[in-house]
Design a protein around this ligand. Structure first.
Ligand SMILES: C[S@@+](CC[C@H](N)C(=O)[O-])C[C@H]1O[C@@H](n2cnc3c(N)ncnc32)[C@H](O)[C@@H]1O
Length: 384
């Protein structure tokens, strides 16, 4: 019965299942979890992993029902803005089974066993030692192989964090150095704060998040990945990010504004048509809030300091247009060109579009085999 269930699965699903099973059990083996390796036990485990994965996939499929209104809106907007790239990006966004996952290792935990498993499974390092942040280790796979997330380990820090590898780009662009004062203005659930801490040890990393549930998640994430010795450097606050420009003017060397935005990936799968409609209205209001947050960040950074503005939407009105609006009335700030030194070296793994040349910012568009994104980033320097 169980085997029939397996055989009915499409080949791609079987590949994912086998890979997931081997990953999970290699991990258990590395952690000393394999007490009896009988063939019967092995088959049993495979069947139960298969079934639980099937159930999870069913739930996953149920949750991910496509919202036609949102798709129609995207078709209209992105056919115009992204021209030829939209058809292939659309194909990726409509096929969650094709989505790749990145695994960021935690430099504060021993990771040799995980590294060996990842390499033996065909994962490879995303960044080379010459990239702007050599201590940031993220592994990626050419196929949509999903590594299991790591459960809480009492008394031990987690070894890795699963993420869309595109999330690392704003952090790489921020170029945090040892001893700097850094503000992560919109911080939860904390993936980019963790990535900052993999790059360098700032004197201060101030993580701000006004939403109480998301802030709770942020705090838990920081606790599970960072040693107590960093507690005095990493702080969490609950302010509206728009107020930092006044309350903490000129205090920071670097500020990350990973702004609230229309999250294209998840908004395509809104739970109901009402939610889709509501989100499209919210989408129209986003640029006002985003511009206020970016202005606040530009006041919070010191002269000569850097602000990185990022979103996870392809929408130019939340991306280039926000940066342009803010820079128009902020002569003390200028956007840097990210093409030559940033996008070109990373383009083996990421597809950037130059749909808006001359604005300096880069839009990362998901493509088959390089499904990372959507992501937009702009690096802005406050003049000395
Ligand atoms: C894209 S998410 C940030 C993701 C996060 N940087 C990470 O890497 O895990 C945007 C966050 O901005 C928060 N946010 C919304 N309004 C805000 C405001 N006025 N000030 C600061 N943050 C805000 C949202 O609650 C949300 O958690």
């Amino acid at each position: 019965m169980n085997y029939c269930l397996c055989i009915k699965l499409p080949f791609a699903d079987i590949k994912v299942l086998l890979s997931r099973f081997l990953t999970t059990h290699c991990l258990a083996f590395a952690g000393g979890g394999f007490s009896s390796v009988s063939i019967f036990g092995f088959i049993n485990r495979f069947v139960s992993t298969t079934l639980s994965f099937q159930q999870a996939t069913k739930r996953h499929k149920k949750e991910r029902s496509l919202c036609q209104q949102v798709l129609n809106h995207f078709d209209q907007q992105y056919n115009e803005e992204l021209c030829g790239l939209w058809a292939s990006a659309r194909a990726v966004l409509l096929d969650p089974h094709s989505w790749q996952y990145g695994i960021m290792l935690n430099r504060f935990s021993a990771v040799n066993d995980i590294t060996q498993i990842l390499q033996s499974q065909g994962f490879s390092m995303l960044l080379s030692q010459t990239d702007p942040c050599p201590s940031l280790q993220c592994y990626i796979h050419p196929y949509p192989v999903r590594f299991p997330s790591q459960a809480h380990r009492p008394g031990q820090l987690k070894q890795y964090y699963l993420l869309n590898a595109a999330s690392l780009l704003p952090v790489l662009a921020l170029q945090v150095r040892e001893g700097e004062k850094v503000l992560d203005l919109c911080s939860a659930p904390g993936g980019k704060a963790l990535a900052i801490m993999q790059c360098a040890t700032p004197a201060v990393l101030h993580c701000n998040e006004p939403d109480p549930h998301r802030r709770h998640r942020l705090t838990k994430t920081l606790e599970s990945f960072l040693p107590h010795s960093l507690n005095s450097r990493v702080t969490v606050s609950a302010q509206d990010g728009r107020s930092f420009g006044q309350s903490e003017a000129g205090l920071y060397d670097k500020v990350l504004v990973d702004a609230p935005c229309s999250n294209d990936r998840s908004w395509l799968y809104s739970h109901s048509s009402q939610q889709g409609e509501q989100r499209l209205k919210e989408r129209a209001r986003m640029p006002v809030l985003q511009a206020q947050l970016l202005r606040s960040a530009l006041s919070a950074v010191r002269p000569g300091g850097i602000v990185v503005y990022s979103t996870c939407t392809l929408s130019s009105s939340e991306n280039h247009a926000v940066v342009d609006t803010v820079l128009k009335d902020c002569p003390e700030a200028e956007a840097e060109d990210l093409w030559e030194d940033f996008a070109v070296p990373l383009s083996k793994n990421f597809t950037f579009t130059s749909a808006h040349p001359g604005h300096g910012g880069q839009t990362l568009v998901p493509q088959p085999g390089k499904t990372w994104g959507p992501m937009f980033l702009s690096r802005i320097r406050r003049r000395d």
